[in-house]
Design a protein around this ligand. Structure first.
Ligand SMILES: Nc1ncnc2c1ncn2[C@@H]1O[C@H](COP(=O)(O)OP(=O)(O)O)[C@@H](O)[C@H]1O
Ligand SMILES: Nc1ccn([C@@H]2O[C@H](COP(=O)(O)O)[C@@H](O)[C@H]2O)c(=O)n1
Length: 220
């Protein structure tokens, strides 16, 4: 892609970090602060592979923190469509059934796209589509506590299942695949959503890129 074309396409911001680090909170804070611009949130979780063909006992045991759990090719295809201002059919994921739902959501392309998920900086093809890369950095113990609460309240899990999954896959995969992607981040945000200084800096940078895009387009 030439530099000129790159200036005219939507902006993609990648937000990653461990489960419970505050990725969604940071993304939403940016979303709200960028009110007035056209924005779209793309959650990597929507791209978990379909597991309809597997019995529930197999689905429960799957490793959801390994890169192979995601249909990254579909994520890339849909991000490329958005970059070309095309509408996508975003999959919908069901955490209780551990598989994709039958539905899709039609998402129109927008000026700013926030791509959020545990492994969005893992694949170089996804990284290469991003204008800004953010890693939300929160200690393991805090993330575990948040996850216990969230999974029991919102994802229909028992305490025992959260602890078993955390020790068998979530924690080891974090250290093997997620934490190493910190090196690709432009900005590391400690403590996520409560870090207002980091949010303000990020929003200023995004506005700067949007303004440059507009000035460039007006010059044409
Ligand atoms: N800096 C923070 N301080 C306190 N609680 C936070 C902070 N950031 C996020 N949380 C809370 O932690 C939980 C997990 O945050 P979330 O943004 O959903 O994480 P992730 O998307 O990385 O899994 C949520 O209940 C959220 O309100
Ligand atoms: N069926 C599934 C699918 C995913 N998970 C867990 O979700 C985590 C990612 O979501 P966050 O909002 O926490 O970033 C990931 O760590 C998976 O273990 C799951 O438990 N079940």
């Amino acid at each position: 892609m030439s530099e000129n074309n790159a200036k005219r396409r939507p902006i993609i911001i990648g937000v990653t970090g461990g489960s419970g680090s505050g990725k969604t909170t940071v993304s939403r804070a940016m979303f709200e602060a960028l009110d007035g611009h056209s924005l779209l949130m793309v959650e990597e979780d929507s791209y978990y592979k379909n597991q309809d063909h597997l019995p529930m006992e197999e689905r429960v045991k799957a490793n959801y923190d390994h890169p192979d759990a995601f249909d990254t090719d579909l994520l890339i295809e849909q991000l490329q469509d958005l970059l070309e201002w095309k509408t996508i059919e975003k999959p919908v994921y069901d955490y209780v059934e551990h598989t994709r739902s039958q539905q899709v959501v039609l998402e129109e392309p927008r000026e700013v796209i926030i791509v959020e998920g545990i492994l969005v900086l893992n694949d170089p093809r996804v990284r290469d589509l991003m204008d800004i890369k953010i890693f939300v950095d929160t200690d393991d113990d805090i993330r575990l506590l948040r996850r216990i609460q969230r999974d029991m309240e919102e994802r229909g899990r028992s305490l025992e299942s959260v602890i078993t999954q955390y020790t068998s896959t979530v924690k080891p995969m974090y250290h093997q695949f997620i934490e190493p992607t910190k090196r690709y981040a432009d900005i590391i945000v400690p403590e996520g959503g409560e870090n207002q200084v980091a949010i303000d800096i990020l929003v200023t940078k995004v506005r700067d890129i949007i303004r440059n895009n507009q000035e460039f387009t007006n010059e044409d």
